[in-house]
Design a protein around this ligand. Structure first.
Ligand code: MN
Ligand code: MN
Length: 303
């Protein structure tokens, strides 16, 4: 397993996540956030594993900025910033919630604590259902609800969701963690008034290749080749195409690819009762010598 690439990607992602955590994003647009975080990833010699997600309040996940997206972060917002770095397709997936309304600090802390408790129990052979139980009980003890239909996942080269799920609630059955496999663990937390589920929204601004079958439209096929060469099977945003095609044309070509099922569009995910959602996420690899949390924060000790 290309451990070195996983570790390198993880270090970069962790460094940026900690920068995102302490920065004041109030007044910035989601476009500025996504572009800035993505540029930080590339500046450090990695590629983006997916478009940076900046999901506000009741949007739990899968919102990335449209080209020149005008949505501005307000001082009452809670924003999940989910970022992925990859080296040779080996991915570090990590997220942080920034919150400017103290009323929701508890929600953010519950997500962090659930992730911390999950991280302290992981090793080869641990059952995913037991991780889910820990996440669920940590969140419920604090008077909140886990999002039951969002989960962590195994990772493989150029594949973010590689087949295994690490649930955020206790569930029957499931698998045990394998040695030398990368996983992401990502508790999502909502308020007591939340339904504890997400539904698909109508907005779709994250895409990925489904099939490389030609569409018989030369320009659409050119875009499909561009997507494959630059993003492989990994998700991408319209912003990443408008650097080469004009926005109007890019949208039309992308629509053709979606209609031909060459490209899939992912909807944003919204809490069913439109309650706020917080998230925390790490990527880790169980190994013989112990667990490597590739996205662990590097804390500097001053002595
Ligand atoms: Mn993520
Ligand atoms: Mn993830």
């Amino acid at each position: 397993m290309p451990l070195e690439d996983y570790i390198k990607a993880g270090k970069i992602a962790a460094e940026i996540r900690e920068m995102v955590r302490v920065k004041d994003w109030i007044g910035k647009t989601v476009y500025e956030i996504c572009e800035e975080v993505e540029n930080e990833i590339m500046k450090r010699g990695a590629k983006c594993a997916f478009p940076v997600n900046a999901s506000i309040n009741e949007i739990a996940a899968h919102y990335t900025a449209e080209p020149n997206d005008p949505i501005v972060i307000k001082d009452t917002d809670l924003v999940k910033i989910d970022l992925g770095a990859q080296i040779n397709g080996y991915i570090a997936d990590t997220a942080v919630t920034v919150c400017y309304d103290p009323q929701f600090d508890g929600l953010v802390q519950a997500a962090e604590e659930a992730l911390g408790n999950a991280m302290s129990m992981i090793k080869t052979g641990v059952k995913a259902s037991d991780i889910g139980r820990t996440i669920e009980s940590t969140i419920k003890q604090k008077g909140f609800k886990p999002i039951a239909n969002l989960s962590g996942h195994s990772l493989e080269q150029y594949t973010i969701h590689a087949g295994r799920s690490i649930p955020n609630i206790w569930s029957i059955g499931g698998f045990s963690l394998s040695e030398n496999t990368a996983y992401a663990c990502e508790p999502f937390v909502t308020t007591e008034q939340g339904g504890g589920f997400v539904r698909n929204g109508t907005i779709k601004n994250i895409f990925a290749i489904n099939s490389r079958k030609k569409t018989k439209n030369d320009e659409a096929d050119k875009l499909l080749d561009f997507i494959w060469e630059n993003f492989n099977m990994l998700p991408f945003a319209l912003r990443w195409i408008t650097k080469k095609w004009e926005e109007k044309e890019a949208r039309e070509l992308l629509d053709i690819l979606i209609k031909k099922k060459a490209v899939q569009a992912y909807p944003i995910l919204i809490e069913v009762n439109e309650q706020r959602v917080a998230q925390a996420e790490h990527t880790f690899i169980p190994m013989e010598s112990g667990v490597t949390v590739t996205t662990k924060a590097i804390t500097q000790k001053n002595e």
